[in-house]
Design a protein around this ligand. Sequence first.
Ligand SMILES: [Zn+2]
Length: 655
Amino acid sequence: MRFSIKLFLIVVSCLTVAQAQQPSGLEPINFSKVTIRDRFWKPRIDQVTSTTIPVCIEQTEIKTPRVRNFEKVPRNAGEKHEGIFYDDSDVFKALEAIAYSLRNKPDPMLEKKADDWIDKIAAAQLPDGYLNTYYTLTDLNKRWMDMSMHEDYNGGHLIEAAVAYYEATGKRKLLDVAIKFANHFDSIFGPGKRHWVTGHEELELALVKLFRITKDRRYLELSNWLLEERGHRYAVGYTWTDWKDTAYAQDVIPVRNQREITGHAVRAMYLYTGAADVASYTGDQGYVDAMKAVWEDVVYRNMYITGGIGSSGSNEVFSVDYDLPNENAYCETCASVGMVFWNQRMNQLTGDTRYIDILERSLYNAANDGLSLDGKLFFYGNPLASDGRHKRREWFGTACCPSNIARLVSSLGNYIYASNSKTVFVNLFVASSTSIDLTSGKLSLELDSNYPWEGKVLVKVNPEKKKLRFPLAIRIPGWVLGHPVPGNSYTYLNYSGSQYALKVNGQPVAYNLENGYAVIEREWKKGDVLEADFPMEVRRVVAKPEIKEDVNRVALERGPLVYCVEHPDNDGKVMNLVLPDQIQLQTQFEASLLGGVQTISADVPVVVPTADGNGVVTEVRKMKAIPYYSWANRGQGEMQVWIPRKISGVRLSAR
Ligand SMILES: [Zn+2]
């Protein structure tokens, strides 16, 4: 099937075509309305602007041919495409990160760079709206023939970048390019037109973003149609595609019938984010039920304690239940970023904090681990143990992860607060301020905290009027209540939860616990302060026996952070450490270590070979554990999260 590129589309640049339906659940407060001054995250956000984004720009524009591919198209000089067919997406994701960064901190030079890229992208778009440098520079007759070639995935990232850049700068050149692309896709695919199953999901969630900003319901309907296309074996039935591995892309059964997690982890996260987005507008109970069941399959049986997912490195996929190897854990950074996206959407759909508990776990641990402390190096996979072979890299051939972690960190403000127009929800304890419009009136909030190192959270309420009656809902983290995760894959050892205190203006206050939130409804006056105090005790975690790699092992947590032991703090070796249950643990903040971290230490037995090499003995040594996200910043060497509880559990490394 061929298409003429003469198929012009009239680009609808009008931003109001139809009224958007109100979402069914709560809405996050957009990061553009949130000012972060958090001692943990603000330096990280600034560093992404000052270091990580320049790294992404240099790699995308100079060290690799990603931007150059766009430059070649309008020259029409027969130049070849360089790189991989999905490389366009890295340019778009870097642009999206730049957009968030510009919103956080205006920078004319950076904005000019983005505008230059946007000019090149716009110049590479064909008159009919098609935009993909791979096929444009190789053979246009082959476009839209093979679902596994990421044309839709690239287009999704184009749309996400365009929406972010429009919101950040008010400039709509890239948005018009994205609309033109979406209209091009819509002209070919949809009811009564051709079938299409996205080979790498992403366009679904992007189209919902385009719907939100344009209010054009066509994009929401197109996203819904893409979801409905899955699971009917259209791909297999088509003679024009080589797309065969349908399970890999969650295409075996219809999305609304899915109950188990399968296939490629990042694809799954983007698909379910898109499905939750669509359901939040349409109220489609089929998607809600499917998302809840699949989520339980992920969290109850297929997730690491770090909130990482996708254990198998062979094809970046979920394998079988409880198959969670530590040293060979894949846990792609993008999959953890996807967990943040999906869990936020699930919280929106349901108003339940269990999803924010997982979001927080993935964010502070598995995702945060994807970026080095200096902001220059990246992990693609995030293992939970190492014999020293793992190290962070400057870039990757498939470079999805660097710009993904950059765009997540620079848009962190999206995840702190939410509202359903009646109630204000505090989801994350990131020091920041925001303003919120409720139907009852306007207010601003100021959150102060030294989280994750300290558990005290102060929320100062300032209604625009003298006083305002509304419910303020603050998340009580599952870890405070004695549950590291929903389900029972991981449980605390000898810990059933802590007393936590909630006060208003220093006085204990009554509250209702609803879906994991403590809800305080009262007449709030200017300057009222809600104070929450979550005890920051060190806790031991054990895994259920089905997770074979963690049997007879223990992991350490404090607040939302998972800990690990790493070579520089432990005489170069950690595989021989033993942490018996009765040993006392101490904790202290070390300002000069790893940018300032709370460490956990103890005197523990270590297993060492005898002088003749024929046996082993134990001796006592000081063990020090650091937050997992901060490992692999001091050279290569041993690390592990799960420490043997008994000497018999020690597996000495070969090195
Ligand atoms: Zn990735």
